[in-house]
Design a protein around this ligand. Structure first.
Ligand SMILES: [Zn+2]
Length: 161
């Protein structure tokens, strides 16, 4: 399934959340959980600045969904996100049985940008979602918004995007 124009507002919200995270001294990542009818159920952004580096928005949304949605509701839901799920979040997403993922920027793009900025390598390999959770439908990158996400990461590492 390709990314539809009607989905862009969810992705724009993810970029806004990522910008909020950055403004609050965190890494720029944001995600939105949308049910099968297109209603936004929950949203979050990165919260690792306090020292807990597992506090990614996709992980929070997976856990949120596990306690508040039925299995059928989770399967029909979509998680929109500014950056492709990392392996930890992809695993959580698959373990709770959430549906499709739509990301603006891929992990491969992020790795390339951060390497060019001289950011030390992450402790977890940036595997694509399909390698961690092969049953999950994944769409992205979304070229219309990739530039904005890239600019946020450049700003996060001291460069103007
Ligand atoms: Zn993650």
């Amino acid at each position: 399934m390709a990314v539809q124009d009607r989905e862009l507002p969810y992705l724009r919200r993810c970029v806004e959340l990522a910008a909020e995270a950055l403004a609050d001294g965190d890494e720029p990542f944001g995600s939105v959980l949308v049910d099968g009818n297109g209603t936004v159920l929950a949203e979050d952004r990165n919260r690792v600045a306090g020292g807990d580096h597992t506090r990614h928005p996709e992980f929070e949304l997976a856990r949120w969904s596990a306690t508040r949605m039925t299995a059928a509701e989770r399967a029909a839901a979509t998680v929109y996100t500014s950056g492709e799920h990392c392996p930890m979040c992809a695993a959580a997403h698959a373990w709770v049985g959430l549906g499709r993922i739509v990301y603006v920027a891929s992990s491969a793009q992020l790795v390339t940008w951060l390497a060019a900025l001289g950011v030390p390598e992450a402790p977890v390999r940036a595997l694509p979602v399909h390698e961690v959770a092969p049953g999950v439908t994944v769409d992205g990158p979304v070229p219309e918004l990739v530039g904005e996400v890239r600019a946020l990461h450049h700003r996060a590492h001291g460069l103007l995007g």
